[in-house]
Design a protein around this ligand. Structure first.
Ligand code: FUB
Length: 355
């Protein structure tokens, strides 16, 4: 009988010790920086994902990426091989827990006006609703920007029957200022068709400025109160160098190409964007959301794959960069994976280069 009791006590002690060591292992992992979701590693491994727009909604980090697929379209400078057909939404509670995939939240076949190429999306919250913004080609082959709505940050999103009136080009990014004014930043060259809209109307085959002329700037527009349309004119953002002179179209390491994103830190607006063929994420600052913005430096060096596209977000007191590369497909430009890295604002207003 004593033997049996001793056995039971020993078994219980071993079980408690095992449980304790398991839970300790998790937190030890954290202490060693061995998170489940490590900086520089793919966040999603069962889908190809790109263009991550990150926001904090309802206390969680939500990521709104493109969903890359291989449809066999040949690589071309107009980007037709980025032939995406739906969107997923992902969320993260902390970097030591798995990423939640909220499934397909919007499909091409459900968008009445769109014909193909669901490119880089973004989301915003206002008026108790979530708004999902996305570019797609219409039936005439022109990129337009659409909006879809939901009561939840993770959708599903119901698309409006038509694209946003007056929208063109691609890569919408929404920024809501402290006074609740909402702005959309958008635009992209080459496949993004921005060169063809310089006169305000679509002019096919637009070549853009010469190398010694000011580069094309991203576009900014105020959103209407219902977030479904533009309120006022679409403006071009001026990008200046440290001497107050325009960044030139031939300055390929500083010119704007695509993927504009704005965040605010201590009253300064940071506009970051991709330089396209030089594959950098660079940034410029301003004291106004519509600029002019002054170039400040490089945030992210070239990554594997042709495109680079990112967002920045503050979560639980830490700033993060979300970006993509093509490591998961061994370099295929249209099959990308989203990643993250912590980032830092320096005391002189610059951003630390991501290592
Ligand atoms: O994902 C398709 C396009 O590639 C995006 O809209 C661009 O920013 C580039 O990442």
């Amino acid at each position: 009988m004593y033997k049996k009791l001793l056995q039971t006590v020993l078994t219980s002690l071993i079980t408690v010790a095992l449980l304790f060591s398991c839970s300790k292992e998790k937190s030890t992992g954290k202490d060693n920086g061995q998170l489940l979701l490590n900086p520089g590693e793919p966040l999603v491994t069962d889908n190809f994902t790109a263009d991550p727009s990150a926001h904090v909604f309802e206390g969680k980090l939500y990521i709104y990426p493109s969903h890359d697929i291989d449809t066999g379209v040949a690589d071309s400078t107009d980007g037709s091989h980025y032939d995406m057909k739906d969107y997923h939404v992902y969320s993260i509670t902390d970097f030591n827990s798995p990423v939640t995939d909220h499934g397909t939240v919007l499909k091409l076949e459900d968008i009445p006006w769109a014909s193909k190429q669901l490119w880089a999306p973004d989301a915003a919250y206002k008026n108790g609703k979530y708004y999902f913004y996305f570019p797609a080609k219409d039936n005439d082959g022109l990129f337009r920007i659409g909006v879809a709505t939901s009561d939840k940050p993770y959708g599903p999103f119901k698309p409006e029957p038509k694209p946003i009136e007056g929208s063109f080009s691609m890569d919408p990014a929404l920024f809501i200022d402290d006074d609740e004014s909402a702005y959309m930043y958008f635009g992209g060259l080459w496949g993004g068709q921005l060169e063809s809209w310089l006169s305000g109307n679509y002019y096919p085959g637009g070549l853009g400025p010469k190398a010694d002329e000011p580069a094309i700037g991203p576009r900014v527009v105020r959103m209407s109160n219902d977030m479904l349309g533009f309120d006022g004119p679409v403006k071009e953002i001026s990008l200046l160098d440290e001497d107050g002179k325009p960044i030139l179209a031939g300055d390929r390491e500083r010119w704007f190409f695509e993927g504009a994103w704005v965040h605010k830190y201590k009253d300064t607006y940071y506009l970051s964007y991709s330089t396209g063929p030089t594959h950098l994420i660079v940034y410029a600052t301003s004291d106004k959301p519509e600029g002019p913005f002054t170039y400040r430096g490089i945030l992210l060096l070239p990554v594997s794959g042709w495109t680079t596209h990112h967002s920045t977000v503050e979560y639980n007191g830490q700033w993060y960069l979300f970006y993509h590369d093509s490591t998961m497909s061994e370099g295929k430009s249209h099959l990308r994976c989203i990643k993250y890295s912590p980032i830092k604002h320096n005391s002189d207003g610059t951003l630390e280069l991501v290592k």
